[in-house]
Design a protein around this ligand. Structure first.
Ligand SMILES: [Zn+2]
Length: 266
């Protein structure tokens, strides 16, 4: 079985993870820009990170036959300082033409604060001006429903944004319908405990169909599993899902969305 990992923070993972993913059938891994686990102290910290994502990480992945793509943006945990955000956003356009860049992400909300929302709208504007795909992070637990509503509203208020070019990630049972009804794509994040477990992820697919949905591990520096997607595929097989349906959600669907970027070539 081949699959695409559409959301993984590989800079936080060891090289052995690339090897294990390749052995499990992964052909491409996509890495949204994210929080480092601590706040970067200056725009140059982001410049170095964007360079790492566009120069170093594709080489590390290539050693295992994996294509590496990335998304660039300012994560919501560091979006409280609007002046810093403006300086970081000014760095992004020069990176957008690099061959592994798919769009602007992961952007979104964390605590649903006023400044986070302002910076989110600035990044949506950046994506619209540069005709980029958008990948959105939604808040955790009790903030998720409200945050998802605020995010959808901001995207729908910008008439330049085409919904089929936006993926809203980390959906759960109470937000997936909102996202699909808005015409956008929805990402199901498979986490060992929080977000969706593999069993819950498959329940979602069984309830909401297989259109405009994908699965990802969102593995990072915390408790997470870089093999969550192939493990879930195996669980789908055990539940009696057809091979074609499994391939659709782990390979065809992410490919269909990501090919909207001219940089996504396997
Ligand atoms: Zn992420």
């Amino acid at each position: 079985m081949k699959y695409i990992e559409p959301h993984a923070h590989m800079v936080s993972r060891v090289t052995d993870d690339y090897e294990r993913m390749a052995l499990a059938g992964c052909v491409a891994v996509c890495e949204p820009a994210f929080w480092a686990g601590f706040d970067r102290s200056s725009p140059s910290g982001f410049y170095d990170y964007f360079s790492q994502l566009t120069e170093h990480e594709p080489k590390r992945a290539a050693k295992f036959g994996l294509k590496h793509f990335c998304w660039l943006g300012l994560n919501s945990k560091e979006a409280e300082d609007v002046q810093l955000a403006e300086e970081v956003l000014a760095l992004i356009p020069e990176f957008l033409s690099r061959p592994n860049v798919l769009g602007v992400g992961e952007i979104g909300l964390n605590k649903n604060s006023r400044n986070e929302l302002r910076v989110f709208e600035m990044q949506v504007d950046l994506a619209a001006r540069h005709n980029q795909l958008i990948l959105v992070h939604t808040p955790h637990l009790e903030d998720k429903w409200k945050g998802t509503r605020l995010i959808l509203e901001a995207l729908q208020n910008d008439r330049r944004i085409r919904p089929e070019r936006v993926i809203i990630d980390h959906v759960e049972e109470h937000t997936v319908e909102l996202v699909l009804a808005a015409g956008m794509w929805a990402g199901i994040t498979l986490y060992p405990e929080t977000k969706c477990t593999p069993a819950r992820g498959i329940d979602l697919l069984e309830n909401y169909g297989q259109e405009r949905l994908w699965l990802n591990s969102a593995c990072d520096w915390g408790v997470s599993d870089p093999l969550a997607v192939p493990k879930t595929a195996r669980e789908m097989q055990r539940r009696g899902h057809a091979a074609a349906m499994i391939e659709k959600v782990v390979f065809q669907n992410p490919g269909k969305f990501l090919r909207q970027s001219p940089h996504f070539k396997l």
